[in-house]
Design a binder for this molecule. Structure first.
Ligand code: UDX
Length: 434
């Protein structure tokens, strides 16, 4: 099939490359000419394992191309995906400016007799599909189209495998014709397809991300009880997670959730519920627990080091999770800023996130970024692990200890084995475990 994807960010670009990989012909549209130029030169603006190969292979096979023209994309495609950003506004509600603009632009280029399925892949509040539909009709009363909601559940760092074999594909549609086209499009993925109405599909995305955030906050609240009682949160998570009704995934206690989805989507769901007159108080508590995790962690660091001013502190990790270069809404970045605000001298290392942290000016210039984990700990009075990159567990810890001024380790992601660390002579602090 011939598809067009408007917006070449994480969701748009990875979806485009995966659709091309399974045999569809895809035009990716972006209004950022710099990004389009980069992609046309074969450069990938984001780091995502497996993506570069996928893009190169499918461009070479002429199944994938990039343009800045919506008219070009829509003209050549039966299905038009909208995958533009839906950033949060100051009050937590979703800014739908980009979606509205794209809806108008699509309306402007739809030709009479040219049926199109307009699919919203961006995370949007329930009832957005109705507004997209009304907008296109208002600006082009003769247009022949259906609006479908098809939320994306990919995780950064494993976006390609998530997209190639999703747990489920949600298609929210009121039209049989559009549903049939969408089913044909997704058939090669051989994943379960759930067909719903448009509003339910939109709601599924916010409800899923909020539930996963709730799971993380639940285990983080349990981690505080473990610390107060001497229990081990890892054992508790295993114990409750082996119950199939609960599941072990997303029960890892740590510094809390970050990234460009969970914080934004929980806020948005709170705002949506409020607007609909059905306030979701539980999610406010989820947020409170999440931000409290960093406070609790810093309290532990202060209790051990007493005053942080002029202390040399090494931080391992800048990204909001491993296997990505994404540093947006990263708890690691918040941690560094809080340390610097208290006068600590911070040296940090991250395998992929340093460039973007500097480019977006997310950390103070006084933070020294170095080229290896070992270099970061030189002379440090404490090592703080903020992101659980695999390479951190593979370090030569005898060398790490020898290099540090005092061997204190604050493992913000329960990434190291406490027993091994203590046997090596480190003073080890985890989250929710003795
Ligand atoms: C998330 C959803 O998983 C995905 O389905 C949706 O499409 C986008 O949002 P992503 O933000 O890429 O994906 O990362 P994810 O792996 O879900 O992690 C989010 C945050 O939660 C990270 O900061 C991570 O460190 C944290 N987390 C995750 C925990 O603290 N504990 C856990 O057990 C799992």
């Amino acid at each position: 099939m011939e598809l067009c994807i408007i917006g070449s960010g994480y969701v748009g670009l990875v979806s485009g490359a995966c659709f091309a990989e399974i045999g569809h012909t895809v035009v990716c549209v972006d209004n950022d000419q710099r990004k389009v130029d980069m992609l046309q030169r074969g450069e990938i603006p984001i780091y995502e394992p497996g993506l570069e190969d996928l893009v190169h292979r499918n461009v070479a096979a002429k199944r994938l191309r990039f343009t800045n023209s919506i008219a070009d994309g829509v003209d050549h495609s039966q299905v038009v995906f909208i995958a533009v950003p839906t950033p949060p506004q100051a009050d937590g509600s979703v800014d739908l400016t980009y979606i509205e603009r794209v809806a108008r632009e699509i309306a402007g280029v739809l030709k009479p007799g040219q049926y199109r399925v307009v699919v919203d892949k961006s995370t949007v509040p329930v009832k957005t599909g109705e507004k997209v539909d009304a907008t296109i009709r208002r600006y082009n009363p003769a247009a022949e189209f259906d609006v479908v909601s098809n939320p994306e559940f990919l995780r950064e760092g494993c976006a390609v495998p998530d997209l190639m074999s999703p747990d489920r594909i949600v298609i929210g549609s009121a039209s049989q014709k559009a549903t049939d086209l969408m089913k044909r499009l997704y058939e090669p993925f051989q994943s379960p397809i759930l067909v719903t109405d448009v509003n339910s599909a939109e709601l599924i995305k916010h409800a899923a991300n909020s539930f996963l955030s709730l799971k993380i906050s639940y285990i983080n609240a349990v981690s505080a009880i473990c610390e107060a009682s001497g229990a081990d949160v890892e054992m508790v998570a295993d114990g409750i997670g082996t119950d199939k009704r609960i599941g072990r995934n997303f029960l890892n206690a740590g510094l809390g959730y970050g990234g460009s989805c969970f914080p934004k989507d929980v806020k948005a769901f709170i705002a949506i519920a409020e607007e609909l007159g059905t306030p979701f108080h539980l999610l406010k508590e989820v947020e409170r627990i999440n931000s409290h995790q960093l406070d609790r962690y810093l309290k532990k660091v202060r209790e051990a080091l007493w005053v942080l001013r002029d202390k040399r502190i090494a931080v391992w990790g800048l990204t909001f999770k491993p296997d990505t270069d994404d540093v947006r809404n990263s708890v690691a970045i918040d941690l560094i800023n809080r340390l610097v605000a208290e006068g600590a001298i911070v040296t940090a290392y991250d395998p992929k996130g340093m460039e973007k942290a500097v480019e977006y000016k997310l950390i103070p210039p006084s933070v020294k970024l170095v080229s290896s984990p070992l270099e970061a700990v030189e002379g440090a009075e404490a090592l703080l692990l903020a992101t659980e990159w695999k390479e951190f567990a593979r370090q030569d810890f005898a060398a790490v200890k020898a290099s540090m001024h005092t061997p204190l380790v604050f493992d913000g992601r329960n990434h190291f084995n406490p027993k091994t660390m203590r046997e090596m002579g480190f003073v080890y602090y985890g989250v929710g475990r003795p």
